[in-house]
Design a protein around this ligand. Structure first.
Ligand code: AHR
Length: 307
């Protein structure tokens, strides 16, 4: 009969290949490009047939892509949600079609956790906390006010919400830290540069820039240099990701500290997809292991940095 059977209903054909539909956020940053490459390469080496769809930063495109994957009856759907909210309806559709969903990199705020099998990715709140902890340590013993400007990621995205919250939570312990301006730079270099230009014009004194990713920090460095200031010295810079361009700027002293966020989620994602398809239980949350880098540490690993 048709419908209802949740057995071998994938569209993989006779060769038994697992078919994975993946909806990516877009190509906004170096991190994202590395993440896409990791997913594509590990699908190929794991013998997974990957149906890859780029949402170009739009939630409506992701919802469409997921609906297409359901219609095509892929074995597993994975996606990296552009924003946290608004997923319940389409996730219910996938569940009703008996197609398991794996959240990759970013979370959704759905209350019903049965709508997805697992969530693999970083702890973004912890990343924000690590950024704040470095700052607190760096200014130990000093009492003058520290004026901070913040470049936020895409509005509504989990890494933007969480990195802001984690950082704020740590620096609030000392009133000398003041976030004097905080705006989105959309996780892109172009917007990072543009928003930093407006910060520099509007703010008489900026001591620190906290950017939610390397790309915005790199854009901001251009704006800071164009304003005749020295990034890393006149304005201290903290970013998140640790992609090669960020690590290069860190090793040159233009960035002072980077909190790592690993984009290399592909191999674990393939592994989880296979387990989920086989009906094995998987942990609800799979955390990525990450570190932090000072300029010295960046110098030491730069040559081997793959992305
Ligand atoms: O979701 C991860 C974030 O998305 C990365 O930190 C950022 O660079 C990317 O755009």
């Amino acid at each position: 009969g048709c419908g209802g059977d949740d057995g071998d209903s994938g569209s993989g054909g006779g060769d038994g290949k697992l078919v994975l539909g993946f909806s990516q956020v877009g190509a906004e940053s170096g991190w994202r490009t590395a993440n896409t490459k990791s997913i594509q390469e590990s699908a190929a080496s794991a013998g997974v047939e990957l149906k890859f769809s780029d949402a170009q930063g739009k939630q409506e495109n992701q919802i469409k892509a997921i609906r297409n994957f359901i219609t095509q009856r892929v074995d597993v759907i994975a996606f990296s949600p552009v924003v946290e909210s608004g997923w319940d309806t389409v996730l219910k559709e996938a569940k009703d079609a008996n197609i398991p969903v794996i959240l990759t990199d970013r979370a959704v705020d759905s209350q019903d956790t049965s709508l997805y099998k697992t969530f693999i990715g970083s702890d973004f709140v912890l990343e924000g906390k690590k950024a704040g902890e470095w700052l607190v340590k760096d200014y130990t013993g000093k009492t003058d006010p520290v004026n901070i400007v913040e470049l936020q990621g895409t509005p509504g995205a989990a890494p933007a919400n969480d990195r802001k919250a984690g950082f704020a939570d740590v620096i609030k312990a000392d009133p000398k830290f003041k976030v004097v301006a905080s705006q989105t730079g959309q996780f892109t270099r172009t917007d990072g540069k543009q928003v930093m230009e407006t910060f520099l014009k509007a703010q008489p004194k900026i001591d620190v820039l906290y950017a939610h990713n390397d790309d915005m920090g790199l854009g901001a460095i251009e704006a800071i240099e164009a304003a005749g200031k020295k990034p890393g010295t006149d304005i201290k810079i903290i970013t998140v990701d640790a992609v090669k361009d960020g690590m290069t700027a860190l090793s040159e002293g233009k960035i002072n500290y980077i909190v790592e966020c690993s984009p290399l989620l592909g191999p674990q994602l393939m592994d989880l997809a296979k387990k989920v398809k086989a009906g094995e239980t998987v942990p609800q949350r799979v955390l990525t292991e990450e570190t932090t880098f000072t300029p010295e540490q960046a110098k030491a690993v730069l040559a081997e940095r793959k992305y």
